[in-house]
Design a protein around this ligand. Structure first.
Ligand code: HEC
Length: 252
């Protein structure tokens, strides 16, 4: 009896230790996933900033070559990334999951720019349709392809704002947009994440809200319905409205 009690106690203690150990494994895994997703989002934003600051140059019909080849845009992107995050992406071990995925994204940025050189460098055309949103969509597609099932990244938006059908939110994104990001009182900028087991694989997802700033409204603002420079009808959005969501999936 005494022995039975002791054994039961020892078992209970062991179970507790195991529970704590496995929850701390899950915890550090979630931490790593979040860090990786943050770095992927920061790299996308850095690249987008480079395109945004080059927009007048890209749109200039008088200019031929714009000097925005893949290597140049990537170098500038890395500079901005380093400035905003305080981390040199080249210092991250390329063999680690974090380093590999970040490198995949850097590769994607380079390839998207190289693939669009001809149209960007075209002389005699003003607006060429190469804007930060298109860059983001193409980088997301290229990255998801290069990461080959290990990660996916895209930028989506509330359904009534979506311009490109490829960027429509999926069920998970839609639910978060409706019940969280658009809910009154949702803290601006707060992201939402989830971990779920899908057929034996752990999937980490994170959605990061983004809001319209003044420069967005020349296309997404008013008068609602009037065609903007890109040929889309303006949405009538206001400063600070939820404009989009960076959505990242990491698969284990
Ligand atoms: C020059 C006009 C223009 C400006 C300025 C602009 N956008 Fe867009 N936006 C577009 C176009 C065109 C698309 C569709 C791109 C595509 O084909 O993928 C788009 C797409 C998007 C998308 C992806 C979902 C969708 O609708 O397909 C988001 C999110 C978005 N814009 C947010 C913003 C934000 C935030 C800003 C300001 C920082 C901004 N946009 C500035 C024209 C613009």
């Amino acid at each position: 009896m005494r022995f039975g009690n002791l054994a039961a106690l020892a078992l209970a203690a062991l179970a507790m230790i195991l529970a704590v150990a496995s929850s701390s494994v899950a915890w550090s895994q979630a931490d790593e996933d979040r860090q990786i997703a943050d770095s992927l989002a920061a790299m996308l934003r850095a690249g987008r900033a480079v395109i945004s600051s080059s927009q007048d140059r890209i749109n200039d019909p008088a200019l031929g070559p714009k000097g925005l080849d893949g290597a140049t845009v990537l170098a500038r992107t890395v500079e901005i990334y380093q400035h905003t995050t305080g981390v040199d992406p080249r210092s991250i071990d390329p063999a680690s999951r974090a380093g590999r995925l970040l490198n995949d994204e850097m590769q994607a940025i380079k390839s998207v720019m190289d693939a669009n050189q001809l149209s960007i460098d075209a002389q005699g055309t003003g607006f060429k349709g190469f804007i930060p949103a298109v860059f983001s969509r193409l980088v997301g597609e290229a990255f998801s392809h290069i990461a080959n099932g290990e990660a996916e990244m895209r930028v989506t938006a509330p359904p009534d704002l979506v311009r490109n059908r490829k960027s429509r939110p999926d069920a998970w994104e839609l639910d978060i947009i409706k019940t969280k990001f658009l809910a009154p009182g949702w803290p601006a900028g707060q992201s939402v994440e989830s971990r779920a087991d899908q057929g034996g694989h752990m999937i980490f997802r994170i959605a990061v809200p983004e809001y319209y700033v003044a420069t967005c409204l020349s296309c997404h603002g008013s008068p609602k319905g009037q065609t903007d420079i890109t040929g889309y009808p303006m949405e009538g959005a206001s400063l600070g409205d939820l404009g989009g969501v960076i959505s990242i999936k990491l698969l284990h």
